[in-house]
Design a protein around this ligand. Structure first.
Ligand SMILES: Cc1ncc(COP(=O)(O)O)c(C=O)c1O
Length: 336
């Protein structure tokens, strides 16, 4: 495997793990080497979008050990997503056991330390019961598949440009934005492709109700550094990012003040640094934010380089994931 040149794409591995909720209870964990599932043509996931998922990573550390980052947080979030669209919540113990099992079974696909690559873990839950009326299923399938993925920053840790486009919303006010449901991603495809076609790495969405405040940055949370403070949007329509939560803790540990609050678009003129944060990249620094409706360009990075605070936060979090930095908050689960 050419670890350093892997893309963020699907690569088959040896096994996936599955568990079915049926007749009011979760069954036994099944280990499968098939990439195929057999399902009813009227399944609620296919017709009414009863689908939720997660994304987390396993890393090979400096000491050769495999670490999975914050799996309990992902378990808690998929439970929230399940409650959000009336699916069956997966117990934390079941989630944890299945994550550990699938990583161990696919150990040979965990990229080596220093390659910058990692093993992406993708849990997903789908409604399996046939439904023609709009109603939740009573049977659910929970699967965890994995795929090795390459380093996010192949050309180095460099800022990119993002854009504001008011013609698109990712989610509705009081909608499903705070849950990781497949439909949110379907709803973001047109905007994302439009932004990419114009040369931007992501859309910086505004709050869907008033279009006044910063919401999310493509499939990532937005953070900014302003006068030495870490600021990030507080909003009901964004996904509570586990990376953002972790970076907030690291920022506090570094002595920074953290503010989760509404960030008006105009405040972008006053920020010193910005990044899109999430599992894929940890932190992807922002160079410029172009408001395509007003034609205003917010220049975040004047020299085209990542700012010092975002760089320090990024290295600290990566260091914890790789076992190079002390895991003082107990975020890693070691697979043995
Ligand atoms: C819409 C959206 N926001 C934010 C994030 C970042 O969340 P996390 O840090 O838990 O990966 C993701 C996923 O990575 C996402 O899909």
């Amino acid at each position: 495997m050419d670890w350093a040149n892997l893309a963020f794409g699907y690569i088959p591995t040896d096994y996936n793990v599955r568990c079915t909720f049926k007749d009011g209870k979760w069954g036994e964990i099944e280990v499968s080497s098939s990439e195929i599932i057999n399902m009813h043509i009227a399944a609620s996931s296919l017709h009414y979008g009863q689908e939720i998922f997660e994304g987390l990573k396993a890393f090979r550390g400096a000491d050769g050990k495999i670490r999975v980052f914050r799996l309990e947080e992902n378990a808690a979030r998929i439970q929230e997503s399940a409650r959000g669209i009336l699916m069956e919540p997966i117990p934390t113990e079941l989630f944890a056991e299945m994550v550990k099992k699938v990583v161990k079974l696919n150990e040979r696909f965990v990229p080596p330390y220093g390659s910058g690559a990692s093993l992406y873990i993708r849990p997903l839950e789908i409604g399996m019961s046939p439904r023609i009326g709009v109603k939740p299923a009573s049977e659910y399938l929970f699967i965890i598949m994995v795929s090795p993925v390459g380093p996010y920053f192949k050309e180095g840790f460099k800022p990119t440009n993002i854009c504001i486009m008011r013609e698109y919303d990712r989610v509705a006010p009081c909608g499903t934005g705070r849950w990781k449901v497949g439909g949110n991603y379907a709803a973001s495809l047109t905007a994302g492709e439009h932004a990419h076609s114009l040369g931007y790495s992501a859309v910086l969405y505004l709050d869907p109700k008033e279009k006044k405040y910063i919401d999310e940055c493509g499939p990532a949370n937005f953070i900014a550094i302003k006068n030495g403070k870490y600021i990030t949007p507080a909003s009901d329509s964004i996904l509570p990012s586990i990376t953002n939560k972790s970076l907030q803790q690291i920022a506090k540990d570094m002595g920074l003040e953290v503010e989760a609050r509404h960030i008006p678009v105009e405040e972008l003129a006053e920020i010193d640094e910005a990044a899109a944060v999430g599992t894929a990249a940890v932190a992807s620094p922002v160079a410029e934010i172009h408001d395509l409706d007003t034609n205003h360009k917010y220049i975040v990075s004047k020299d085209g380089q990542p700012g010092p605070v975002v760089t320090a936060l990024y290295h600290k979090l990566r260091g914890i994931q790789m076992g190079e930095e002390a895991d003082i908050h107990g975020w890693n689960t070691i697979i043995d």
